[in-house]
Ligand binder design. Structure first.
Ligand SMILES: Nc1ncnc2c1ncn2[C@@H]1O[C@H](COP(=O)(O)OP(=O)(O)OP(=O)(O)O)[C@@H](O)[C@H]1O
Length: 732
């Protein structure tokens, strides 16, 4: 606050305590004289004036929509079957790619399964030639027992030479490798496409959720779903699925081949299946639960980090870096603990199944060796069988890890699909549009409570109409619901009862997107700029605007001169959330943005933080140009704005307490508007008194240093009553 009165400041009303009518005249005069920011909305006791009787609150609460958090309370968790069906529905567009991938997978698997059989055949061929050459030595007795010719390789052996087999197998293996390569590429491309679709649909669904949903969910968590969970689910649906299918095909084909080679040996091998399958099911369930907890833990880490990093200036200003680092470490430790639980479970599971696999191989070697000795099977057949056992063992192992990965994916997908399937209420409405908008806004018998705080009624029977072209200032104590009116007009929320109307039509009948795009603009208290250039930020009001139009809007918003003074002009990067430019500059860019949009109805949530006099003047001047020829609803915090309005609406107790021109309202010293203004003025005048006292004190050489310091502190704190009494930024 920088206003220095031209005349000696009048006594604060409370100190003089004059009769009511005299006080009225005094306050009105003081009000007229004050051209600076008065911060009417910030009386010290304002919070005590909270609206809403408990009865009204519960009435509103009954009709208010339920809070909509992305939590376990947000509807029942679907069963695994439902989740799998949901996942299958989601991957439908990739069916053709997946089918092609499965085709190539089958080819490569068949080729792989040929390996043991071909190796066995080659070994038998080699041994046969070896046997023949041993027989040729003329010693009379064969050097080793040659078992019966194996059934499977019999015909091949009879018709093909060793060289032909080598050449044929090499060609088949090349085909297998090509098929495998194609399978991997196709699967990866399906995974990437699924991740793209997941991310796009999820982002769209997140930004199209009702504001009440965003009240209930922190952005960090949503970002985590968007970035981390989408990858887990995408990979599960493709690479893991492909690996699982491959393992399944190989296990089935391998088993069939083993049965063909020898049934008894196969039965011995099968002893391992029941215990492994049993433990795989339990292990799978366990990791699914862990995965869900881990994705939640990761989301917790992301939302914590997002909030602290994006508000680093506050963390730094309070020197809380170490505390925040410790809290962050706590969240990270939580995820680490879950990871370690999984590590122990995985170690136990994979270690024991590996041991079971090795023991069964030993058993086969022992049993198979005796069969070779008896001439029941050939060495080549035992080799083939052994290789099939290893392949099938590997495939079963692959299937169990696929099962656990699938479970993890399903665990991660729970919240993701819940979020993806969530239907917005307001934003999903496809209402009509109006041909020619006059710009009349009416609130009729509006009852409202925020969905996240449904037991606190903000309005209970709010009624007022703003005529086309009229400028109305909404005033009231802090927390009385002024900004809430703006949010209802923009249809960020629907009232529990009553109607908000545009040109006599309930906004629930209208298309909310059309209304915000073409009819209504909001200039919020603390304008939010995006991390982009000045030009892009202004063009946010109308992406189709030309550079000339952007410049014209900036000129009308008193922004062109400061923009032109930047070395990069309109291409200057404004920093994250516009941190790289000043508050007054930000406000003027926001005004230029609104000018470019050229709305019929303008909702102006006036900034509560005061700017220096020069900057304030430039902003006010820009606002005056902005409001020309429109219906304007100003959530007013400055006396000058209130005085200039055609009409003032005073909100108190969730209803319109008073309505009229400035002079009309100020003529009633018992009225709530009069009290609000006089209360604020006394605060303001106290600041001026303290400033004058401080100036006197500073000039008095005799003043003790600590007294000077105290006086200065008093001035600082009084000035802060207005500047500091700023509520959390409300932005569009
Ligand atoms: N998104 C929200 N969810 C729940 N409660 C909210 C939300 N936004 C505001 N409120 C509460 O609603 C009440 C009215 O808030 P509102 O911002 O409309 O007041 P205001 O009159 O504009 O205050 P000020 O002048 O301080 O900006 C306050 O008690 C506030 O805490």
């Amino acid at each position: 606050m920088s206003s220095q009165p031209a005349q000696p400041p009048p006594q604060p009303a409370a100190a003089a305590d004059p009769p009511a009518d005299q006080r009225a005249a005094q306050v009105a005069t003081a009000a007229r004289r004050s051209t600076a920011s008065v911060g009417v909305a910030k009386p010290a006791a304002s919070d005590a004036a909270a609206p809403a009787s408990a009865a009204a609150a519960s009435a509103s609460a009954a009709a208010a929509p339920a809070p909509s958090g992305l939590s376990d309370d947000d509807g029942p968790t679907p069963s695994s079957g439902e989740q799998i069906r949901r996942i299958v529905r989601f991957i439908r567009p990739e069916y053709s790619i997946l089918a092609a991938a499965i085709f190539f997978l089958l080819i490569s698997s068949v080729v792989t399964m040929l390996v043991p059989m071909s190796m066995g055949t080659i070994i038998d061929l080699v041994m046969q030639e070896l046997g023949a050459s041993v027989g040729d030595t003329g010693s009379g007795a064969p050097a080793m027992v040659m078992p019966q010719a194996p059934r499977l390789s019999e015909s091949i052996r009879q018709n093909l030479s060793l060289t032909t087999v080598f050449i044929a197998l090499s060609c088949i293996f090349v085909v297998g490798a090509a098929a495998n390569m194609t399978r991997v590429i196709l699967m990866q491309s399906a995974a990437e496409r699924i991740i793209v679709r997941l991310r796009n649909s999820l982002f769209v669904n997140i930004i199209k959720q009702d504001i009440s949903f965003h009240d209930a969910n922190r952005s960090g968590e949503l970002i985590s779903r968007l970035s981390a969970d989408t990858v887990v689910v995408g990979k599960t649906l493709t690479s893991n699925l492909s690996d699982g299918l491959r393992s399944l095909v190989m296990a089935v084909a391998g088993l069939s081949a083993m049965l063909l080679v020898n049934v008894n040996l196969t039965m011995t091998m099968m002893m391992i299946v029941p215990p492994v399958a049993f433990s795989a099911v339990y292990y799978g369930r366990f990791v699914r639960q862990l995965a869900k907890k881990r994705t939640d833990g990761t989301a917790e880490i992301t939302k914590f980090a997002e909030e602290k990093i994006s508000n680093l200036r506050t963390v730094r200003a309070f020197a809380r870096e170490d505390d925040e680092a410790a809290k962050y470490a706590g969240h990270v430790q939580n995820v680490y603990n879950l990871g370690m639980k999984e590590a122990y479970a995985s170690g136990l599971f994979f270690g024991s199944t590996g041991l079971a696999g090795n023991l069964i191989m030993l058993a086969i070697l022992f049993y198979g060796g005796s069969m070779v000795k008896n001439g029941a099977i050939s060495v080549g057949e035992l080799t083939s069988f052994f290789m099939y056992t290893a392949y099938v063992g590997g495939s079963v192992f692959g299937l169990t890890s696929w099962y656990s990965e699938m479970n993890k994916g399903i665990g991660s997908s729970t919240r993701l699909f819940k979020l993806l399937d969530r239907k917005a209420e307001i934003e999903a409405t496809r209402g009509r549009t109006l041909d020619a908008v006059q710009g009349e806004i009416a609130l009729q018998n509006v009852h409202f409570a925020y969905p996240t705080r449904s037991d606190v009624a903000i309005f209970n029977g709010l009624n007022f109409t703003v005529k086309p072209g009229e400028t109305v200032a909404i005033v009231g104590h802090s927390g009385s619901g002024k900004s809430t009116i703006a949010q209802l007009i923009l249809r960020f929320y629907d009232p529990a009862h009553g109607e908000v109307k545009l040109d006599g039509v309930d906004v629930r009948e209208l298309d909310p997107h059309w209304m915000r795009e073409s009819v209504i603009a909001l200039v919020p208290q603390e304008p939010v700029l995006f991390a982009a250039t000045v030009r892009d930020n202004i063009k946010y009001g109308n992406p189709a605007a030309t550079d000339a139009e952007v410049r014209a809007a900036a000129e009308r918003a008193n922004a062109h001169d400061f923009i032109a003074s930047f070395p990069e002009g309109y291409d200057t990067f404004v920093g994250e959330r516009g941190h790289a430019i000043s508050g007054g500059q930000k406000q003027r860019i926001a005004i230029a943005r609104a000018l470019l949009k050229n709305p019929r109805v303008l909702v102006l949530d006036e900034a509560t933080s005061a700017l220096d006099a020069a900057s304030e003047h430039l902003v006010q001047d820009a606002i005056e140009r902005l409001i020309l020829g429109r219906t304007v609803i100003t959530i007013a915090h400055r006396l000058s704005t209130i005085q200039k309005a055609d009409r003032i609406i005073m909100i108190d107790g969730g209803q319109v307490a008073e309505s009229g021109s400035f002079d009309e309202l100020m003529s009633d010293p018992e009225g709530s508007f009069f009290k609000l203004v006089s209360n604020q003025l006394s605060q303001n005048l106290a600041v001026e008194d303290a400033a004058a006292a401080a100036a006197t004190a500073t000039s008095t050489a005799a003043a003790a240093p600590h007294e000077q310091q105290q006086q200065q502190q008093q001035v600082d704190s009084d000035e802060d009553t207005i500047i500091d009494d700023v509520h959390p930024p409300k932005s569009a």
